[in-house]
Design a protein around this ligand. Structure first.
Ligand SMILES: *[C@@H]1O[C@H](CO)[C@@H](O)[C@H](O)[C@H]1NC(C)=O
Ligand SMILES: *[C@@H]1O[C@H](CO)[C@@H](O)[C@H](O)[C@H]1NC(C)=O
Length: 489
């Protein structure tokens, strides 16, 4: 009550204020209320429910890079579906099917399952499995579909393609003409290497070819002395094609010559209408490693709170990260993932009592492609019950897919939710944006945007919903990850 009073005071008209004051009668009561409310309001967010929905038009984020650092290149980041993406329209201009949230969450679980499989020491079958370049049916990487995209130029002259950006994988690839086996439908024209004067194939005998094994989890193949890559993402999604190099254009002034990527001749799966994927993992073939000389293995991004605004992906460092809190990377365990440590979680200003061993058991990765954060079962159940205790005012609603802490908000236009902050190793305490706490599953039902792993030995994943609006800084060379508030809207 006290909390909502304070929030209402700041939010609503004096008519409502008078009603509330009258209903609370006495002045001294009102005064102590105000003090308590002052303290507590820091621990709650009041937001319009509609603010969790995307607007109908796209708002473009503008970077405020003061003194425009030459060492940094910035790209717009936009959600695969929504007003900032043109990918929902096919060539005839009609709208293609946008996956429902249920489908998104089910793809999300596939991605999580495949991450768990890749990280589980006993089931690492991909690497031993195939000497040929044919792909095992049971997969390694999965895409999910809560993806964010960037548009880059490839070749000379540059042809622009929208690629999913993925911190959970390494190889960058795009569909290529002549699509010898199969290309799915994409929005941008399919890249044609024969029209690029700077394109070349990598030969099977090159030691670059052998780097594909760690970058893709598959031994490369060879076709008339051209190195052939194959990468699969779970859910039967895959890309197979020529390993090649060409010029990558990030902006008019930022060009990476000889960028190594996959020129996909056989591509299938959940890539939407995107042209492929850009890999930001730790492996030697990721864009981060390939541009180490130029950008110092430093990149940052901001994922917008809804699909109607854009964020950014910046390669390299600029001066503008003063309010960023850093946490050291934990051991990567030899994988391309970025591991970090969660120490604790606070909700409504109170630290949850979760034993540190709960997070230590399997560790945590940060992933741009997983939608919903996965916590160890003991941590999730503690968080969920604390959230329920602070949300008793609202009527609970049935579980929705992997989300089991849901509310019927049909009687409300605004909702007051507790703040949630996550404390990472090195005591980096990061406050989540309201869009990282509550997800609207239909016009009147909202759920806590976290899920529990089914097993305590499954790795935790800090997903992209919780990263929304934060400036997320990967100082890979410096061994640390940073979070800054208000990176984008
Ligand atoms: C790349 O290799 C493929 C397969 O060997 C070949 O068809 C294609 O012409 C080559 N492209 C170039 C530019 O060498
Ligand atoms: C909405 O308000 C009506 C009238 O007060 C009440 O009967 C109903 O149970 C409320 N519904 C929910 C989901 O809170």
């Amino acid at each position: 009550m006290a909390t909502t009073l304070r929030n209402l005071l700041s939010k609503f008209s004096s008519v409502l204020l008078i009603i509330l004051l009258v209903s609370n009668c006495c002045f001294h009561v009102e005064k102590s209320f105000a003090v308590a409310a002052e303290l507590e309001s820091q621990h709650f967010h009041t937001l319009e429910i509609s603010s969790l929905l995307p607007a109908s038009d796209c708002t473009t984020f503008t970077t405020n890079t003061k003194g425009s650092s030459k060492k940094q290149s910035t790209l717009h980041v936009f959600h695969k579906h929504g007003p900032c993406s043109q990918l929902d329209q096919d060539k005839s201009g009609s709208t293609t099917t946008i996956p429902s949230l249920k489908e998104v969450l089910s793809y999300d679980q596939s991605r999580v399952n495949s991450i768990q499989t890749r990280l589980s020491p006993n089931t690492n079958t991909n690497k031993i499995n195939d000497k040929k370049a044919n792909l095992p049916a049971q997969s390694g990487r999965s895409l999910g579909s809560g993806n964010y995209l960037v548009k880059v130029g490839l070749g000379t002259p540059p042809k622009y393609v929208s690629l999913i950006f993925d911190t959970g994988s390494d190889l960058t690839w795009t569909q290529c003409q002549p699509c010898a086996r199969s290309c799915y439908q994409q929005q941008d024209p399919i890249f044609n290497p024969s029209t690029s004067t700077s394109y070349s194939n990598i030969s099977c005998s090159s030691n670059l070819c052998s780097q594909l094994t760690s970058a893709t989890g598959n031994t490369p193949g060879c076709s008339t002395s051209t190195c052939v890559y194959g990468i699969q993402y779970g859910d039967q999604s895959f890309s197979v094609g020529y390993f090649s190099r060409d010029k990558l254009t990030i902006s008019a002034t930022d060009v990476i010559p000889n960028f190594l990527f996959g020129c996909g001749q056989n591509n299938q799966g959940l890539f939407g209408n995107t042209a492929g994927l850009i890999g930001l993992g730790r492996d030697t073939l990721s864009i981060v490693s390939q541009t180490a000389q130029k950008y110092g293995k430093y990149f940052s991004y901001c994922l917008p709170s809804t699909s109607s605004s854009t964020g950014f992906l910046a390669l390299g460092q600029n001066g503008g990260s003063r309010n960023v809190k850093f946490t050291p990377f934990a051991s990567s365990q030899g994988t391309s993932f970025y591991f970090i440590d969660i120490l604790t979680i606070s909700i409504g200003g109170r630290q949850l009592s979760i034993s540190q061993s709960v997070f230590k058991t399997a560790g945590t990765i940060i992933d741009s492609g997983t939608v919903i954060t996965r916590l160890p079962p003991a941590a999730y159940s503690t968080l969920s019950s604390a959230f329920k205790q602070l949300m008793t005012k609202y009527t609970s609603a049935p579980a929705y897919s992997i989300l089991d802490t849901c509310y019927d908000l049909s009687n409300y236009t605004s909702v007051t939710i507790p703040t949630i902050s996550v404390t990472f190793g090195g005591n980096a305490k990061v406050d989540l944006d309201p869009a990282g706490i509550l997800v609207l599953v239909d016009s009147s039902t909202a759920c806590l945007a976290f899920a529990g792993n089914s097993d305590a030995s499954d790795v935790g994943i800090f997903g992209n919903t919780q990263q929304k609006t934060l400036q997320v800084v990967y100082d890979v060379a410096g061994g640390k990850l940073g979070f800054g508030a208000g990176g984008c809207k």
